[in-house]
Design a protein around this ligand. Structure first.
Ligand code: DX5
Ligand code: ZN
Length: 218
């Protein structure tokens, strides 16, 4: 199975978003990771529906939306209509993960369930049969540019074992602090979708994208 790079727009220069999306595409990226923050679930506010709607018109990338918002079930339809292909939400942010997953599915998007560094894998095991993707946060959500928290990779290993034992094909995405010097370790732990923000957008974007992809799929 091909490994996937999902560059995080949070690290882009927002005066040049269109151009920078073209650059990651030129570098070979297929996904774009879109971090939505509400200032309540996480101590930061990023961007939301109008921004996603607007870039949707100019991009054929797969929109991998990471909702860091409380009660994500309230906004599934709006994000899907804005152009989300995959909708990831935090299990910690809702009292109704099952209902949220059903809503995402009924809107025709791919489902993803996400856990913060201190949330155990056991919290999401019962949803595995229902999700396309599990996103394991390797930093505390809210900000780009933080260092990866090493113990989170134990959780990736644990999840990979469970997924394999169940005979599932669930995607395992890792988000936060992934750089050229640790991406091989992250892949080795069992992740197959790699989010990278600052490591892609700071510097030569085309070159960084190509370099990541050559490590992801040698
Ligand atoms: C953090 C976000 C991440 C972040 C990744 O809350 O979910 O997607 O932007 O950025 P880097 O790769 O710089 O850690
Ligand atoms: Zn993210």
């Amino acid at each position: 199975m091909e490994n996937i790079l999902s560059p995080s727009l949070l690290a882009a220069d927002f005066t040049k978003v269109g151009q920078q999306l073209e650059q990651i595409e030129k570098g070979g990226a297929q996904y774009i990771h879109l971090d939505v923050m509400d200032g309540i679930f996480v101590p930061n506010i990023s961007f939301g529906i109008p921004v996603i709607q607007s870039i949707r018109k100019n991009s054929n990338l797969v929109f991998d939306v990471h909702l860091m918002i409380v009660e994500p079930e309230r906004y599934v339809e709006a994000f899907r209509n804005a152009g989300a292909d995959i909708i990831n939400f935090h299990v910690e942010a809702t009292e109704d993960p099952d209902g949220t997953l059903d809503k995402i599915k009924s809107m025709g998007a791919k489902t993803g369930i996400t856990i913060k560094p201190d949330t155990p894998v056991s919290r999401i095991v019962s949803y595995l049969e229902k999700v396309d993707m599990v996103l394991i946060m390797t930093v505390n959500p809210g900000f780009g540019g933080q260092p990866l928290i090493p113990y989170t990779l134990e959780k990736v290993r644990e999840l990979k074992k469970i997924v394999d034992a169940k005979g599932l094909k669930t995607d395992i995405e890792v988000d936060g602090g992934v750089r050229f010097d640790n991406v091989e370790e992250v892949l080795g732990a069992g992740a197959n979708i790699i989010v990278a923000g600052s490591a892609v957008f700071h510097g030569d974007i085309i070159e960084n994208t190509q370099r990541f992809l050559s490590v992801l799929n040698p």
